[in-house]
Design a protein around this ligand. Structure first.
Ligand code: KG4
Ligand code: ZN
Length: 332
């Protein structure tokens, strides 16, 4: 059975994981850089690259030790090759190249977005293609049709901010610190979602594109008016964002009626209210709903290893590790 080492370093999590062809996460380690970036209110690329460089090698060694395997036991090494902060991507990819070449193991370059897009199949063995996917993270916000490994059709994207970015900016406005998504979700539980009138950008538009910049500006104005409690702003923001996503997805689902499963992935998929709303949306369309467990939604290396397993099974990767380069931008 295939055993793949996954490496992730495209943003602010340094992660390594071993996943096998039976969907078992044999070992995994992850180090968040929240503490390093928190004083700046966001991810600082140079600090991120240095932190990855310090942590990755011992982390890979640790994961191999945890599982009691050596590099030569691996069927492949899968590393995020983009998109992301280029310094961090290079740290992971160059490490993976060196290990792959030294131990004569194939190297699979994984698109980070593909890692998110296939992660629900790691968590749910019954999930078959095609499926409708909402991919919502800090840097990306898309509605996709997934027909197979490497077969992605984008139906909609955000015209401005990503959904995770809107959560992060709302957190910053409310002084909740970094990272913002989980903090907004926690505070929203104590608030009244109907207390603050906020817009639903793009609602009713015939194309399924998304937009969150106007919502963020409205959150800022509401906060500056000093008329509302922070918890009410958080709850109202979260509800407005969810209403937008549900409205946009309804339009997109009408364009892919043969997809019988609705899937959500990416960091924002960890949000329980988002998951609940999508579950109800799926039920109203007679669709099945699935989402990876929250720990597989935010950045991790198990999803990268799993994308490697999927590509390995199809023998779909570049034969020479030296042909692979890091890509700051890499659309699915
Ligand atoms: O997928 P991810 O870990 O990294 C990227 O590829 O961007 O997503 C991170 C994003 C951040 O914007 C973070 O605030 C958001 O996902 N996020 C959440 C939650 N957990 C993480 N947003 C809302 N609710 C959450 N519980
Ligand atoms: Zn991500």
């Amino acid at each position: 059975m295939a055993l793949v080492l996954g490496i992730e370093s495209s943003c602010d999590e340094t992660a390594a994981a071993l996943v096998d062809g039976n969907r078992q996460i044999v070992a995994q380690r992850i180090a968040s850089q929240d503490a390093e970036h928190a004083p700046f209110g966001g991810v600082v690329p140079e600090i991120a690259a240095r932190a990855h460089a310090e942590r990755l090698a011992p982390m890979i060694e640790g994961v191999l030790q945890d599982a009691n395997v050596s590099l030569t036991d691996l069927d492949a090494i899968a590393a995020t090759a983009g998109p992301g902060l280029i310094g961090g991507v290079m740290v992971g990819l160059v490490s993976a190249k060196a290990l792959a070449m030294a131990s004569d193991v194939p190297l699979i370059a994984v698109n980070h977005l593909e890692g998110h897009a296939l992660s629900p199949r790691l968590a749910d063995e019954t999930l078959e293609f095609p499926y409708a996917l909402l991919l919502v993270s800090g840097g990306h916000c898309q509605i996709l049709r997934v027909d197979g490994v490497g077969e992605y059709r984008r139906l909609a994207t955000t015209i401005d901010d990503a959904l995770g970015e809107a959560f992060d900016k709302t957190a910053k406005i409310l002084g909740l610190g970094f990272p913002g998504g989980p903090a907004v979700e926690r505070l929203a539980r104590e608030g009244d979602a109907s207390a603050v009138p906020l817009p639903r950008p793009m609602k009713g538009s015939g194309e399924p594109h998304l937009s969150f910049a106007g919502l963020k500006s409205a959150v800022l104005r509401a906060h500056e008016s000093e008329k509302y409690q922070p918890a009410d702003i958080a709850a109202s923001f979260q509800q407005a964002a969810i209403d937008c996503v549900v409205d946009r997805l309804s339009i997109a689902l009408a364009k892919m009626q043969d997809c019988r499963t609705l899937v959500v992935a990416g960091g924002v998929a960890a949000n329980a209210s988002v998951r609940g709303a999508l579950e109800r949306l799926a039920a109203s369309h007679d669709m099945r709903f699935t989402a990876p467990p929250p720990k597989l939604c935010t950045d991790n290396a198990a999803m990268i290893a799993w994308a490697g397993i999927e590509r390995l099974a199809l023998k779909d990767f570049a034969p020479d590790p030296l042909d692979i380069s890091a890509r700051p931008r890499w659309p699915l």
